[in-house]
Design a protein around this ligand. Structure first.
Ligand SMILES: [Fe+2]
Length: 230
C-alpha cells in the first residue's frame, strides 16, 4: 500500500513538472515580504515592480518564445548568451526576466545584508581600490547611465572584478554587450524601481540601496564564479 502511494505521488509530481514545462517561464515569489526592504524601497514600489513589471517581462518572454519554437528548448541563460540570434522581444523580455530575478535575490532587509566575504573584499581592494571606492564608482556608474538600464559588478573572463552598466534590459551575459562577464551584483536604474519614493533623485536611491544589499548572496556568487573558472 505504501509503495502504491509512492508511485501515485511520483505520478502526480510528473504531471506538475510536465505542466510547468509546457507553461514556459514563470514568476517566482520574492524571497521576502513586499514590505521587507522599507524604508529603503517602499512596499508599493515592490508590489508594482514585481507583480506588474516583472510579470510583464515573463508574459512577453513566453509570447516571444512561443513565436519561435526552437527557442522553447533553451534555458533562460542559454537564450541570453546567444541573444544576438533572437528577436528584440526575447532580448528585452528575457533580459528583463533574468535581471529582475537576480535583483530580488541581491537584497534583504535593511541592515541584515552582512558584509563581503574576506575573499570578495580582497578582490574588491585589489581591483577597485577599497569597498568605499567601489561603492562610489558603482553609484557613479548608475548616475551616468542615461535613461533606463542597470549597473553591474561582474567577474571578467580573466577573473577580475569590474563595474559596468548596460542600457534597457541588457546584461553582461548577453553576446551583444561590450563588457561581458559573470554578474555578482546588479542594481535596477529604471525609474519604476525608485520613482514613487525618490522621484528624480536617483543618486539618493543609489546611496540608500547599500542598506539592503545582501552581501552573503553576492559573496556566494563570487565564490561560485571563481570555482567555475578553476
Ligand atoms: Fe525593474
Amino acid at each position: 500500500m505504501r509503495y502504491l502511494n509512492l508511485v501515485f505521488a511520483a505520478f502526480l509530481l510528473s504531471l506538475v513538472t510536465q505542466s510547468a514545462a509546457a507553461q514556459g517561464f514563470s514568476l517566482a515569489s520574492l524571497p521576502y515580504p513586499y514590505d521587507a526592504l522599507a524604508p529603503v524601497i517602499d512596499e508599493q514600489t515592490m508590489r508594482i515592480h514585481h507583480g506588474r513589471h516583472h510579470q510583464a517581462y515573463v508574459d512577453n518572454l513566453n509570447k516571444a518564445v512561443a513565436a519561435s519554437p526552437a527557442l522553447a528548448e533553451l534555458s533562460l541563460e542559454a537564450l541570453l548568451t546567444q541573444v544576438s540570434k533572437t528577436s528584440d522581444a526575447v532580448r528585452n523580455n528575457g533580459g528583463g526576466h533574468w535581471n529582475h530575478g537576480f535583483f530580488w535575490q541581491s537584497m534583504t532587509r535593511p541592515g541584515e545584508g552582512g558584509a563581503p566575504s574576506a575573499e570578495l573584499l580582497a578582490a574588491i581592494n585589489r581591483d577597485l581600490g577599497s569597498l568605499d571606492q567601489f561603492k562610489a564608482a558603482f553609484r557613479a556608474a548608475g548616475l551616468s547611465r542615461f535613461g533606463s538600464g542597470w549597473a553591474w559588478l561582474i567577474v571578467t573572463a580573466d577573473g577580475k572584478l569590474k563595474i559596468t552598466s548596460t542600457p534597457n534590459q541588457d546584461n553582461p551575459l548577453m553576446d551583444v554587450v561590450a563588457d561581458r562577464g559573470t554578474p555578482i551584483l546588479g542594481n535596477d536604474l529604471w525609474e519604476h524601481a525608485y520613482y514613487l519614493h525618490y522621484q528624480n533623485r536617483r543618486g539618493d536611491y543609489l546611496e540608500a540601496w547599500w542598506q539592503v544589499v545582501n552581501w552573503s548572496v553576492v559573496s556566494s556568487r563570487y565564490a561560485e564564479a571563481r570555482r567555475t573558472r578553476e
